[in-house]
Design a binder for this molecule. Structure first.
Ligand code: ZN
Length: 352
C-alpha cells in the first residue's frame, strides 16, 4: 500500500508574494496548500507602516480566500518609531517586523544600518510580544566572505540582541550555517528559526560544481555539507523552535539566468512535497516517527512560536511521484522557473 499520512494545513512562515504580475502566480500557490502565511514586506517601496499593510492587503485581496490568514510584517528601517510598533501591535494581521541589514538581499536598501540605535523600537516590540524576523547576515566586504556573512551576524548582532533585549521573540529566518544552527539550538525559548527546502536539500557543491546553477542561488547562499548537516541535526532532534518557512521568491527567468542573476528560489508551488522530499532523502519518510516529526516541523512548531492556531484542516501527504513543471507562465509573458524544475519528487499532496 502507498505510504500516506496527514498533516494540519501548514503556514508558510516566510514567503515573498511581491506586488506585480508575479503576485497572481505566487499567492494562489500558497493559498492552495496553506492555512496562512507570514508575508515579507520587501516591496518597492517597502511595507513600513500599518497603512502600507492595509494597502498591500487590499491589493492582495483578489487572490486570498476566506479562512486563509495572511499575516503581515513591517519592514524595519532606521526611521521606524515606537509609535509605528504600537500601531502594528494593535493590527490584527501584523505579527512582527522584518530586519534587513541594509543592502543584504533583494530590495533591502532601505534596511537597518545601525541595529543598536533601534533599541527603543526593539524594546517596544518585546513589550508587545511581537516577533523580530531577522535576515541574519552582515554585509560582505573586506574581511567578510559571502559564506561567512551569517556567522558574523550571529557573533556581532544576534548575541548583542539576545543579551540586550532578552524578552524579544526572534525568528532567525532561513538558517543556513552551523554557527547559526548551534546558536539557535542552545538559545532560550524566545529564539527560534526557519529552514527553507533548498537549505535542507542542497549545499554549495550543488550550486557550483559542474557549472553554476542560477536557480539554486539564494541568500543566505547555500553553504557547506557540514552546515547542512548541522541544520539537519536540529530538525532530526525535533528542536521545538525550528520550523518550515520557504523563503519562496518568484523571480523571473530573465532575472535569474543572466550575467548578474538575482537571489531566490521559487518553492511555494508545493512546499509540502519539497520538504517531504528532503525528509525522505535524509531520514526516510516511510517511518511513522519521521512522519510525526515532519508534521510538527512543517505545520505545528512555527505556528506555536507565533501564537497562531494550528489548522484543524488537513492535507494528505502521499508517496506518489510527481514531475515538477519546467516553468510557470506570468501574465506579462515572462516565466518563473521553480525549485527542482523538471525533476521528479517522490511525494505529492492531496486535499481530503
Ligand atoms: Zn526572504
Amino acid at each position: 500500500m502507498t505510504t500516506r499520512f496527514t498533516i494540519p494545513r501548514p503556514y508558510d512562515l516566510h514567503v515573498h508574494w511581491r506586488d506585480d504580475d508575479r503576485t497572481a502566480l505566487a499567492v494562489p500557490h500558497t493559498v492552495a496548500q496553506c492555512a496562512g502565511a507570514v508575508v515579507m514586506p520587501n516591496l518597492v517601496p517597502p511595507v513600513r507602516t500599518v497603512a502600507d499593510v492595509d494597502a498591500y492587503l487590499s491589493r492582495l485581496s483578489p487572490y486570498l480566500t476566506e479562512g486563509f490568514a495572511p499575516m503581515m510584517t513591517l519592514y524595519l528601517t532606521d526611521d521606524t518609531t515606537v509609535e509605528d510598533i504600537a500601531a502594528a501591535a494593535a493590527h490584527p494581521r501584523v505579527v512582527g517586523c522584518k530586519l534587513y541589514p541594509a543592502g543584504a538581499t533583494t530590495n533591502s536598501h532601505a534596511g537597518v544600518t545601525d541595529l543598536q540605535a533601534l533599541r527603543p523600537v526593539l524594546e517596544a516590540m518585546a513589550e508587545r510580544g511581537m516577533v523580530l524576523l531577522a535576515h541574519g547576515e552582515v554585509l560582505a566586504g573586506p574581511g567578510v566572505d559571502i559564506f561567512e556573512k551569517e556567522a558574523r551576524w550571529v557573533e556581532t548582532q544576534l548575541t548583542w540582541l539576545t543579551q540586550t533585549v532578552p524578552e524579544l521573540k526572534i525568528s532567525c529566518e532561513h538558517m543556513t550555517s552551523a554557527v547559526m544552527a548551534e546558536f539557535v539550538g542552545s538559545a532560550g525559548p524566545n529564539v527560534g528559526g526557519s529552514v527553507t527546502p533548498q537549505h535542507l536539500l542542497y549545499d554549495r557543491n550543488d550550486l557550483l560544481e559542474g557549472g553554476i546553477k542560477p536557480h539554486l542561488y539564494c541568500l543566505p547562499i547555500l553553504k557547506k555539507h557540514t552546515d547542512r548537516a548541522a541544520l539537519w541535526r536540529l530538525v532530526k532532534d525535533q528542536h521545538p523552535r525550528v520550523w518550515a518557512g520557504t523563503d519562496s521568491a518568484p523571480h523571473t527567468r530573465g532575472r535569474k539566468e543572466c550575467a548578474c542573476g538575482c537571489a531566490g528560489c521559487y518553492s511555494a508551488y508545493d512546499m509540502v512535497s519539497l520538504y517531504a522530499e528532503a525528509f525522505d532523502r535524509e531520514l526516510g519518510l516511510g517511518a511513522s516517527a519521521v512522519q510525526a516529526n515532519f508534521r510538527e516541523f512543517v505545520a505545528v512548531r512555527g505556528a506555536e512560536f507565533y501564537g497562531m492556531e494550528v489548522s484543524a484542516e488537513t492535507l494528505t501527504v502521499v508517496a506518489e511521484p510527481q514531475v515538477v513543471p519546467s516553468h510557470y507562465d506570468l501574465a506579462g509573458g515572462d516565466t518563473v522557473v521553480p525549485l527542482c524544475a523538471g525533476e521528479t519528487l517522490g511525494w505529492s499532496v492531496v486535499s481530503e
